[in-house]
Design a protein around this ligand. Structure first.
Ligand SMILES: NC(=O)C1=CN([C@@H]2O[C@H](COP(=O)(O)OP(=O)(O)OC[C@H]3O[C@@H](n4cnc5c(N)ncnc54)[C@H](OP(=O)(O)O)[C@@H]3O)[C@@H](O)[C@H]2O)C=CC1
Ligand SMILES: O=C(O)C1=N[C@H](C(=O)O)C[C@H](O)C1
Length: 267
Protein backbone atom coordinates (compact mmCIF):
# COMPACT_ATOMS: atom_id res chain seq x y z
CA UNK A 1 0.00 0.00 0.00
CA UNK A 2 1.30 3.49 -0.87
CA UNK A 3 2.13 5.68 2.10
CA UNK A 4 0.00 8.77 2.76
CA UNK A 5 2.12 11.73 1.65
CA UNK A 6 1.75 14.53 4.16
CA UNK A 7 2.91 18.16 4.14
CA UNK A 8 3.05 19.94 7.51
CA UNK A 9 2.79 23.74 7.76
CA UNK A 10 4.27 25.26 10.92
CA UNK A 11 6.74 22.42 11.71
CA UNK A 12 8.81 24.39 14.24
CA UNK A 13 5.73 25.36 16.30
CA UNK A 14 4.52 23.77 19.53
CA UNK A 15 1.88 21.71 17.70
CA UNK A 16 3.67 21.40 14.35
CA UNK A 17 6.76 19.81 15.90
CA UNK A 18 4.56 17.25 17.67
CA UNK A 19 2.77 16.53 14.36
CA UNK A 20 6.15 15.95 12.64
CA UNK A 21 6.89 13.26 15.26
CA UNK A 22 3.43 11.72 14.80
CA UNK A 23 3.79 11.45 11.02
CA UNK A 24 7.31 10.10 11.39
CA UNK A 25 6.30 7.29 13.77
CA UNK A 26 3.15 6.27 11.84
CA UNK A 27 3.95 3.36 9.57
CA UNK A 28 1.78 4.25 6.58
CA UNK A 29 2.52 8.02 6.69
CA UNK A 30 5.37 9.86 5.04
CA UNK A 31 6.47 13.51 5.52
CA UNK A 32 6.64 14.74 1.94
CA UNK A 33 7.74 18.28 2.93
CA UNK A 34 7.21 21.03 5.47
CA UNK A 35 6.15 24.65 4.92
CA UNK A 36 8.06 27.26 6.85
CA UNK A 37 7.75 30.95 6.07
CA UNK A 38 11.25 31.76 7.30
CA UNK A 39 13.44 28.91 6.10
CA UNK A 40 12.57 27.82 2.55
CA UNK A 41 14.99 25.98 0.29
CA UNK A 42 16.72 23.82 2.89
CA UNK A 43 15.94 20.61 4.68
CA UNK A 44 14.01 19.86 7.84
CA UNK A 45 17.14 18.14 9.19
CA UNK A 46 18.89 21.54 9.24
CA UNK A 47 16.50 22.84 11.95
CA UNK A 48 17.66 22.60 15.53
CA UNK A 49 16.23 19.46 17.13
CA UNK A 50 15.14 17.91 13.79
CA UNK A 51 18.42 16.32 12.65
CA UNK A 52 16.81 12.87 12.23
CA UNK A 53 14.59 14.27 9.45
CA UNK A 54 17.57 14.85 7.13
CA UNK A 55 16.46 15.44 3.56
CA UNK A 56 12.76 16.34 4.03
CA UNK A 57 12.45 19.50 1.87
CA UNK A 58 11.35 22.83 3.34
CA UNK A 59 9.23 25.11 1.14
CA UNK A 60 8.01 28.67 1.69
CA UNK A 61 5.78 28.48 -1.40
CA UNK A 62 2.86 26.15 -0.71
CA UNK A 63 1.59 26.09 -4.30
CA UNK A 64 5.04 25.17 -5.63
CA UNK A 65 5.29 22.41 -3.02
CA UNK A 66 1.92 20.98 -4.11
CA UNK A 67 2.80 21.21 -7.82
CA UNK A 68 6.13 19.45 -7.36
CA UNK A 69 5.21 16.78 -4.79
CA UNK A 70 1.47 16.14 -5.24
CA UNK A 71 0.91 15.22 -1.59
CA UNK A 72 -2.32 13.68 -0.24
CA UNK A 73 -2.80 15.74 2.91
CA UNK A 74 -1.82 19.12 4.37
CA UNK A 75 -1.69 19.40 8.16
CA UNK A 76 -1.89 23.09 9.05
CA UNK A 77 -0.81 24.29 12.49
CA UNK A 78 0.06 27.92 11.91
CA UNK A 79 -1.89 31.15 12.51
CA UNK A 80 -5.47 32.15 11.59
CA UNK A 81 -4.46 34.48 8.73
CA UNK A 82 -2.09 32.02 7.11
CA UNK A 83 -4.19 28.94 7.93
CA UNK A 84 -7.09 30.14 5.77
CA UNK A 85 -4.80 30.85 2.81
CA UNK A 86 -3.09 27.45 3.21
CA UNK A 87 -6.41 25.61 3.41
CA UNK A 88 -7.79 27.29 0.29
CA UNK A 89 -4.57 26.66 -1.63
CA UNK A 90 -4.60 22.99 -0.64
CA UNK A 91 -8.18 22.54 -1.86
CA UNK A 92 -7.33 24.33 -5.12
CA UNK A 93 -4.55 21.80 -5.72
CA UNK A 94 -6.62 18.75 -4.71
CA UNK A 95 -4.72 18.28 -1.41
CA UNK A 96 -6.91 17.37 1.56
CA UNK A 97 -6.47 19.76 4.51
CA UNK A 98 -6.47 18.74 8.18
CA UNK A 99 -6.55 22.04 10.02
CA UNK A 100 -5.85 22.51 13.71
CA UNK A 101 -5.24 26.23 13.36
CA UNK A 102 -7.94 28.19 15.17
CA UNK A 103 -9.54 31.58 14.60
CA UNK A 104 -11.52 30.83 11.42
CA UNK A 105 -14.66 32.93 11.00
CA UNK A 106 -18.11 31.69 9.97
CA UNK A 107 -17.49 33.27 6.56
CA UNK A 108 -14.19 31.39 6.25
CA UNK A 109 -15.95 28.10 6.99
CA UNK A 110 -18.70 28.81 4.46
CA UNK A 111 -16.15 29.63 1.77
CA UNK A 112 -14.21 26.43 2.49
CA UNK A 113 -17.38 24.35 2.51
CA UNK A 114 -18.22 25.65 -0.96
CA UNK A 115 -14.70 25.02 -2.20
CA UNK A 116 -14.83 21.41 -0.93
CA UNK A 117 -18.12 20.96 -2.77
CA UNK A 118 -16.69 22.45 -5.97
CA UNK A 119 -13.54 20.32 -5.82
CA UNK A 120 -15.28 17.19 -4.48
CA UNK A 121 -12.68 16.58 -1.78
CA UNK A 122 -12.71 16.51 2.01
CA UNK A 123 -11.31 18.92 4.57
CA UNK A 124 -11.32 18.62 8.36
CA UNK A 125 -11.16 21.66 10.58
CA UNK A 126 -10.83 20.67 14.22
CA UNK A 127 -10.73 23.41 16.86
CA UNK A 128 -9.56 20.74 19.30
CA UNK A 129 -8.01 17.35 18.47
CA UNK A 130 -8.05 16.02 22.06
CA UNK A 131 -10.70 13.33 22.50
CA UNK A 132 -11.42 14.50 26.05
CA UNK A 133 -12.04 18.03 24.83
CA UNK A 134 -14.40 16.77 22.13
CA UNK A 135 -16.34 14.84 24.79
CA UNK A 136 -16.34 17.92 27.05
CA UNK A 137 -18.01 19.83 24.18
CA UNK A 138 -20.53 17.05 23.55
CA UNK A 139 -21.37 16.75 27.28
CA UNK A 140 -21.75 20.54 27.43
CA UNK A 141 -24.15 20.44 24.50
CA UNK A 142 -26.21 17.81 26.30
CA UNK A 143 -26.25 19.92 29.47
CA UNK A 144 -27.23 22.99 27.40
CA UNK A 145 -30.59 21.31 26.66
CA UNK A 146 -31.46 21.44 30.37
CA UNK A 147 -29.58 24.53 31.63
CA UNK A 148 -29.73 27.78 29.70
CA UNK A 149 -27.40 29.73 31.97
CA UNK A 150 -23.82 28.95 31.07
CA UNK A 151 -20.39 30.55 31.41
CA UNK A 152 -17.42 29.19 29.45
CA UNK A 153 -14.00 29.71 31.00
CA UNK A 154 -11.07 28.77 28.77
CA UNK A 155 -7.52 28.83 30.11
CA UNK A 156 -4.40 28.75 27.93
CA UNK A 157 -0.66 29.45 27.88
CA UNK A 158 0.20 33.12 27.39
CA UNK A 159 1.70 32.65 23.90
CA UNK A 160 -1.71 31.98 22.37
CA UNK A 161 -2.66 34.50 19.68
CA UNK A 162 -6.45 34.15 19.48
CA UNK A 163 -9.08 34.80 22.13
CA UNK A 164 -11.48 33.29 22.76
CA UNK A 165 -10.02 29.90 21.86
CA UNK A 166 -11.40 27.94 18.92
CA UNK A 167 -12.62 25.34 21.40
CA UNK A 168 -14.59 27.92 23.39
CA UNK A 169 -16.23 29.26 20.23
CA UNK A 170 -17.10 25.74 19.06
CA UNK A 171 -18.49 24.88 22.50
CA UNK A 172 -20.67 28.00 22.46
CA UNK A 173 -21.89 27.17 18.95
CA UNK A 174 -22.78 23.61 19.96
CA UNK A 175 -24.63 24.77 23.07
CA UNK A 176 -26.40 27.53 21.09
CA UNK A 177 -27.78 24.84 18.74
CA UNK A 178 -29.82 23.35 21.61
CA UNK A 179 -30.10 26.08 24.25
CA UNK A 180 -33.11 28.30 24.59
CA UNK A 181 -31.76 31.77 23.77
CA UNK A 182 -31.28 33.94 26.85
CA UNK A 183 -29.35 37.08 27.83
CA UNK A 184 -27.70 36.03 31.07
CA UNK A 185 -27.15 37.99 34.25
CA UNK A 186 -29.12 40.95 35.58
CA UNK A 187 -30.86 43.08 32.92
CA UNK A 188 -29.30 46.22 34.44
CA UNK A 189 -25.85 44.71 34.90
CA UNK A 190 -23.04 47.25 34.19
CA UNK A 191 -19.36 46.57 33.73
CA UNK A 192 -17.36 48.98 35.90
CA UNK A 193 -14.24 47.70 34.14
CA UNK A 194 -14.92 46.95 30.42
CA UNK A 195 -14.65 43.26 29.64
CA UNK A 196 -15.42 42.10 33.19
CA UNK A 197 -18.26 39.89 31.97
CA UNK A 198 -16.23 38.43 29.11
CA UNK A 199 -17.33 37.99 25.50
CA UNK A 200 -21.03 37.60 24.77
CA UNK A 201 -22.05 34.76 22.44
CA UNK A 202 -25.85 34.50 22.12
CA UNK A 203 -26.16 35.72 25.71
CA UNK A 204 -23.59 33.17 27.01
CA UNK A 205 -20.35 34.58 28.40
CA UNK A 206 -16.86 33.41 27.46
CA UNK A 207 -13.84 34.24 29.64
CA UNK A 208 -10.27 33.82 28.40
CA UNK A 209 -7.48 33.27 30.93
CA UNK A 210 -3.84 33.48 29.73
CA UNK A 211 -1.03 32.41 32.06
CA UNK A 212 2.43 30.91 31.70
CA UNK A 213 2.37 27.34 33.00
CA UNK A 214 -0.99 26.51 31.43
CA UNK A 215 -1.35 24.43 28.24
CA UNK A 216 -5.03 24.12 27.22
CA UNK A 217 -7.96 23.89 29.62
CA UNK A 218 -11.65 24.69 29.60
CA UNK A 219 -14.48 24.55 32.05
CA UNK A 220 -18.11 25.02 31.19
CA UNK A 221 -20.29 26.01 34.14
CA UNK A 222 -24.06 25.68 34.12
CA UNK A 223 -26.30 27.10 36.81
CA UNK A 224 -29.93 26.91 37.82
CA UNK A 225 -31.90 27.23 41.04
CA UNK A 226 -29.75 25.89 43.90
CA UNK A 227 -27.24 24.02 41.75
CA UNK A 228 -24.30 24.30 39.36
CA UNK A 229 -22.80 21.75 37.00
CA UNK A 230 -19.16 22.08 35.90
CA UNK A 231 -17.70 20.14 32.95
CA UNK A 232 -13.93 20.47 32.65
CA UNK A 233 -11.17 19.24 30.37
CA UNK A 234 -7.39 19.68 30.73
CA UNK A 235 -4.64 19.04 28.18
CA UNK A 236 -1.34 18.76 30.04
CA UNK A 237 0.81 18.36 26.91
CA UNK A 238 0.52 18.57 23.11
CA UNK A 239 0.77 14.79 22.74
CA UNK A 240 -2.86 14.83 23.95
CA UNK A 241 -3.88 16.18 20.54
CA UNK A 242 -2.08 13.66 18.35
CA UNK A 243 -4.52 10.72 18.30
CA UNK A 244 -7.11 13.21 17.03
CA UNK A 245 -4.74 14.45 14.32
CA UNK A 246 -4.26 10.83 13.18
CA UNK A 247 -8.01 10.17 13.18
CA UNK A 248 -8.50 13.32 11.09
CA UNK A 249 -5.81 12.36 8.56
CA UNK A 250 -7.25 8.85 8.17
CA UNK A 251 -10.78 10.23 7.81
CA UNK A 252 -10.06 13.12 5.44
CA UNK A 253 -8.86 10.62 2.83
CA UNK A 254 -12.34 9.05 2.73
CA UNK A 255 -14.66 12.07 2.71
CA UNK A 256 -15.62 14.67 0.12
CA UNK A 257 -17.09 17.48 2.25
CA UNK A 258 -15.97 19.93 4.93
CA UNK A 259 -16.14 18.58 8.48
CA UNK A 260 -15.91 21.21 11.23
CA UNK A 261 -15.24 19.54 14.58
CA UNK A 262 -14.06 16.04 15.48
CA UNK A 263 -17.37 15.34 17.24
CA UNK A 264 -18.71 14.73 13.74
CA UNK A 265 -16.30 11.86 13.08
CA UNK A 266 -15.40 10.21 16.41
CA UNK A 267 -18.33 7.83 16.14
N1 LIG B 1 -6.83 21.94 17.07
C1 LIG B 1 -6.09 21.70 18.16
O1 LIG B 1 -6.27 20.68 18.84
C2 LIG B 1 -5.04 22.66 18.53
C3 LIG B 1 -4.91 23.82 17.82
N2 LIG B 1 -3.95 24.70 18.13
C4 LIG B 1 -3.85 25.83 17.21
O2 LIG B 1 -2.78 25.56 16.32
C5 LIG B 1 -2.15 26.77 15.93
C6 LIG B 1 -0.67 26.68 16.25
O3 LIG B 1 -0.51 26.63 17.65
P1 LIG B 1 0.94 26.50 18.30
O4 LIG B 1 1.65 25.35 17.71
O5 LIG B 1 0.73 26.58 19.76
O6 LIG B 1 1.59 27.88 17.80
P2 LIG B 1 3.13 28.19 17.51
O7 LIG B 1 3.25 29.68 17.49
O8 LIG B 1 3.99 27.40 18.41
O9 LIG B 1 3.31 27.63 16.03
C7 LIG B 1 2.87 28.27 14.89
C8 LIG B 1 3.92 28.03 13.85
O10 LIG B 1 3.44 28.53 12.62
C9 LIG B 1 4.53 29.17 11.99
N3 LIG B 1 4.07 30.09 10.97
C10 LIG B 1 3.62 31.35 11.11
N4 LIG B 1 3.33 31.85 9.91
C11 LIG B 1 3.63 30.87 9.00
C12 LIG B 1 3.59 30.78 7.60
N5 LIG B 1 3.21 31.82 6.86
N6 LIG B 1 3.95 29.63 7.00
C13 LIG B 1 4.35 28.59 7.72
N7 LIG B 1 4.46 28.61 9.08
C14 LIG B 1 4.09 29.75 9.68
C15 LIG B 1 5.27 29.87 13.12
O11 LIG B 1 6.59 30.19 12.75
P3 LIG B 1 7.32 31.47 13.44
O12 LIG B 1 7.24 31.23 14.91
O13 LIG B 1 8.71 31.40 12.89
O14 LIG B 1 6.56 32.68 12.98
C16 LIG B 1 5.23 28.77 14.18
O15 LIG B 1 6.29 27.86 14.03
C17 LIG B 1 -2.90 27.88 16.68
O16 LIG B 1 -3.89 28.41 15.84
C18 LIG B 1 -3.55 27.16 17.86
O17 LIG B 1 -4.70 27.80 18.32
C19 LIG B 1 -3.07 24.50 19.14
C20 LIG B 1 -3.16 23.38 19.91
C21 LIG B 1 -4.18 22.37 19.68
O1 LIG C 1 -3.47 27.49 21.12
C1 LIG C 1 -3.62 26.44 21.79
O2 LIG C 1 -2.74 26.02 22.57
C2 LIG C 1 -4.84 25.68 21.62
N1 LIG C 1 -5.69 26.05 20.70
C3 LIG C 1 -6.91 25.43 20.38
C4 LIG C 1 -8.06 26.37 20.63
O3 LIG C 1 -7.95 27.57 20.31
O4 LIG C 1 -9.09 25.92 21.12
C5 LIG C 1 -7.06 24.07 20.98
C6 LIG C 1 -6.48 23.91 22.34
O5 LIG C 1 -7.31 24.55 23.24
C7 LIG C 1 -5.06 24.45 22.40
Amino acid sequence: MDKVKIVIAGPRGRMGSEAVQLVNRTENYEIAAVIDHKNGGGFLGDFEGFSQFGQVPVYTDLALCFQELKPDVLIDLTTPEVGMFHTKTALEYGVRPVVGTTGFSKENLKELEELCQEKGIGCIIAPNFALGAVLMMKFSQLAGRYFNDVEIIELHHDQKLDAPSGTAVKTAEMIADVRENKEQGHSQEKETIPGARGANFDGMHIHSVRLPGLIAHQQVMFGSEGQTLTIRHDSYNRASFMSGVKLAVDTVLKIDTLVYGLENIID
